[in-house]
Design a binder for this molecule. Structure first.
Ligand code: SF4
Length: 103
């Protein structure tokens, strides 16, 4: 009986943890900036800075990413973080847009 009760409690904790993690993942995905967003397109935003159109945005230099942009609001270890240009949307740490600044 004790084993069964312990097993039930552990199962409950596991299920609760899984639900919390999936809610966090969903929230992050739902709130990320899309490259298709009109403002993102205007600024040449790419989730992967290596995919920036260098002919169209010659100001891009290798090594520039949202993670080292002064407008990035996340921590250096975050995969996504806020950007002062895009309101409540999260930008990719490895992303880039033409408003990049390191000042
Ligand atoms: S302003 Fe900086 S942090 Fe924001 S999207 Fe552009 S490069 Fe990324």
């Amino acid at each position: 009986m004790k084993t069964s009760r312990r097993h039930f409690l552990m199962l409950g904790v596991g299920v609760s943890s899984s639900l919390m993690l999936s809610r966090v993942a969903f929230a992050d995905t739902a709130n990320t900036l899309s490259e298709a967003d009109p403002k993102a397109q205007a600024l040449g935003y790419k989730e992967d800075a290596s995919k920036v159109d260098k002919a169209k945005f010659p100001g891009y230099a290798a090594g520039q990413t949202c993670a080292n942009c002064s407008l990035f609001q996340g921590k250096t270890t975050d995969a996504y973080g806020g950007c002062t240009l895009f309101g409540d949307k999260q930008v990719a740490a490895h992303g880039w847009c033409s408003s990049y600044s390191n000042m």
